[in-house]
Design a protein around this ligand. Structure first.
Ligand SMILES: [Fe+2]
Ligand SMILES: [Fe+2]
Length: 193
């Protein structure tokens, strides 16, 4: 349903459990980037695709609320928000999408790359919701996992609404690229690492 061809290595959970403040710090930035990227799509493509304006600006509000929620956990752990780091997974996905982007409209690829980021986050939040040692964090990830599944469906739906069969084709192609990118990353205490 999430179109992920390669499940996350179970050892990722060990890497994360060893550094929960590191995970939360990275995760807070992921939520912030999700809000920023939804608004960037509205700004860049809202004129040609007016149907994205309302759902993606609503999404940006929800991602901002997630940022606040994760930030509150960070504070509870006595950790301050760190500097933003590049996300190797997101960069890798964008790079592979661009490699054959001449055949595919930019908006379509941006919507589908966002869909995969939501899907992979959903898969990982499920692992966290089931496997973390801390009950407050398990509860946090149970809630966020459901939101990410909804967001995957939103991006996929917007892509299909505008691009039809082309979107379904491109989703399949990007699924194998996503699996390559995800499995090539070193395991670390980050949402996508
Ligand atoms: Fe979120
Ligand atoms: Fe999301």
């Amino acid at each position: 349903m999430l179109h992920l061809l390669q499940p996350t290595d179970p050892f990722w959970l060990d890497a994360v459990a060893d550094d929960l403040p590191g995970l939360l710090e990275d995760h807070a930035h992921c939520e912030l980037k999700a809000a920023q990227s939804a608004l960037a799509l509205v700004g860049r493509f809202g004129a040609e695709a007016p149907e994205i304006v309302e759902p993606l600006s609503r999404l940006a509000r929800e991602e901002t609320a997630h940022f606040q929620e994760v930030h509150a956990h960070l504070e509870a752990w006595g950790v301050r928000l760190g500097r933003v780091e590049a996300d190797g997974y997101v960069k890798g996905l964008m790079r592979v999408a661009r490699q054959d982007h001449r055949e595919s409209p930019v908006l379509l690829d941006k919507l589908l790359v966002s869909a995969f980021i939501e899907a992979r986050s959903c898969e990982r939040f499920k692992l966290l919701a089931e496997g973390l040692p801390d009950e407050a964090l398990r509860a946090l990830y149970r809630g966020l996992m459901a939101a990410e599944a909804r967001h995957f469906a939103l991006f996929r739906g917007l892509a299909e609404q505008r691009f039809g069969a082309l979107a379904r084709q491109r989703l399949k192609a990007l699924a194998s690229r996503e699996a390559e990118v995800a499995s090539a990353l070193p395991l670390g205490p980050t949402v996508h690492g």
